[in-house]
Design a binder for this molecule. Structure first.
Ligand SMILES: Cc1ncc(COP(=O)(O)O)c(C=O)c1O
Length: 301
């Protein structure tokens, strides 16, 4: 079976002529480049956010900015703009591309251009580098996702805090490669104790007997969509638990789904060759998708 990715979108020819924001300038995609000395290119030294535009509004923008500024502070990176400056860059890019809805932005900030090709942050003298790639984007994931468990773990916070949306995603990329080689679409990653944690690019949920379970939140990205799903469960009388659970609980689940800004809630049908539930999107997943759509309509009215 051909693999699909959790970030697949409809082909859109307009994306060939988009303008990219590079350090305050809007340049055609073919001319949008950064230096080979850039800290992000050379070392993965940067932080990023993925945002989605619905009906003229960037969903949960404040939560994304909170996470971005928190990550930048943690890695001691000066974004060079305050919150309004970042917002203005986003809006400027949106206006230049004439985008009103169904767009996705990847906002990236690195420590900037280095004077020598080595690691020390003090060698990054002209920074930061601030890039926004904004694309027309309608998610099109043709079937439920198949996951494979991989040996790559979600690490402890003192190694590289898995809550950091850093440019260095090699652990997740290796996990994804291992999953693909096992015939799956994305990797299911365990924490250091062997509990089921998250996938390489999305947060992970199961549904058992009407209850929604997700990991404790340690070791995984503090996903904004993850939190919104938890909030929706609480507001709508759906029992929800942030808890440790194992692969046994997971294989035996009635439903499973992923969350992320790009795809909202994406059903999972197979894990390590076991079918989950009846192999189709289940009723709780469907209900949460519908509640999330309503939430977006309200947020982005
Ligand atoms: C590893 C990982 N998990 C989950 C997510 C989903 O987070 P959000 O719902 O905030 O998009 C992301 C997105 O940045 C991610 O990189």
């Amino acid at each position: 079976m051909t693999t699909v990715t959790t970030h697949q979108a409809e082909d859109d020819a307009r994306n060939e002529s988009i303008l990219i924001y590079v350090n305050g300038k809007l340049v055609p995609k073919s001319e949008a480049t950064v230096s080979v000395y850039d800290s992000g290119f050379m070392l993965g030294d940067g932080v990023w956010e993925g945002l989605r535009l619905y009906n003229g509004t960037w969903a949960f923008l404040d939560a994304h900015l909170d996470r971005l500024f928190e990550a930048a502070k943690a890695v001691d990176l000066n974004i060079g703009h305050d919150r309004n400056g970042v917002k203005n860059a986003l809006f400027e890019t949106q206006t230049a591309n004439d985008m009103t809805t169904d767009a996705h932005a990847r906002l990236m900030i690195t420590r900037g251009t280095k004077i020598r090709p080595f690691q020390h942050p003090s060698l990054s003298r002209s920074g930061p580098t601030f890039v926004i790639i904004m694309e027309h984007s309608r998610p099109k994931i043709p079937r439920p996702i198949r996951l494979a468990t991989v040996p790559h773990l979600r690490g402890l916070p003192m190694t590289q805090d898995p809550k950091l949306n850093s440019h260095s995603k090699l652990n997740c990329i290796l996990a994804c490669i291992a999953a693909e080689k096992a015939g799956a679409d994305e990797a299911l990653m365990l924490d250091v104790h062997g509990f089921v944690n998250t996938t390489n690019a999305c947060n992970f949920f199961i549904v058992r007997k009407g209850e929604v379970w997700t990991s404790t939140g340690d070791y995984c990205m503090n996903g904004i969509t993850r939190q919104k799903v938890i909030d929706l469960c609480r507001a709508n009388g759906i029992p929800v638990f942030e808890r440790n659970f194992s692969l046994v609980d997971t294989y035996g689940a009635d439903e499973s789904f992923l969350t992320g800004t790009f795809g909202a809630q994406t059903p999972v049908c197979h894990i390590d060759g076991r079918q989950i539930g009846d192999g189709r999107m289940g009723p709780v997943t469907e209900r949460l998708r519908s509640l999330y759509k309503d939430m977006i309509m309200e947020e982005c009215a």
